[in-house]
Design a protein around this ligand. Sequence first.
Ligand SMILES: CC(C)(COP(=O)(O)OP(=O)(O)OC[C@H]1O[C@@H](n2cnc3c(N)ncnc32)[C@H](O)[C@@H]1OP(=O)(O)O)[C@@H](O)C(=O)NCCC(=O)NCCS
Length: 169
Amino acid sequence: MAVRLRAWTLADAPVLAELINNKKVQDNLRDGIPFPYGEEDAKVFLSEMLASDPDQNIAFAIEADGKLIGSISAVRCGNIHFRTAELGYYLGEPYWGKGFATEAVRQICEYVFQKTDIIRIFAEPFAYNAASCRVLEKAGFQLEGVLRSNAVKNGRVQDMNMYARIRKE
Ligand SMILES: CC(C)(COP(=O)(O)OP(=O)(O)OC[C@H]1O[C@@H](n2cnc3c(N)ncnc32)[C@H](O)[C@@H]1OP(=O)(O)O)[C@@H](O)C(=O)NCCC(=O)NCCS
């Protein structure tokens, strides 16, 4: 199936809400996302994102064969890190294990390195998130180190892995 990144629209709200209204998805993300997650939450998120500066927040819907399956973004950092971006992504559970996330990560990296001046894209999956670590490795990211006891998720202290891909690597 063909994976494609495209711009978000407000009409994505119902499907987006279905994808992220899932504890198994949210257990691998940062806190602050409503749960349960409804269409109104998706509309708020989409409105904020559509109003944001596209040079700061490079955000795409992930499609496979014309169907919305997930979300991916590269967010530019501030201060001396202004040429660094943090990558974040998720797919709805029915779409896991088919190579879609790896393809989406490859595509956003190509876009970011071609269309912006960003030189470093990094991601910080929880160390236990083997699927996400593998996605990053397959997409050309290097493990730079383990950020020990770097987060508390669901009441547990967690290590996170620092992965990065540098322009021209
Ligand atoms: C992580 C996530 C994006 C992966 O998406 P995906 O489309 O299933 O990933 P891919 O199919 O491209 O690749 C997954 C790889 O991980 C491997 N994998 C999956 N589960 C694994 C596990 N428990 N242990 C080891 N490897 C695992 C797969 O075998 C595959 O590697 P392979 O191609 O070498 O066989 C998806 O599971 C997801 O959205 N999870 C919830 C949100 C999340 O974790 N986001 C990332 C936050 S950093």
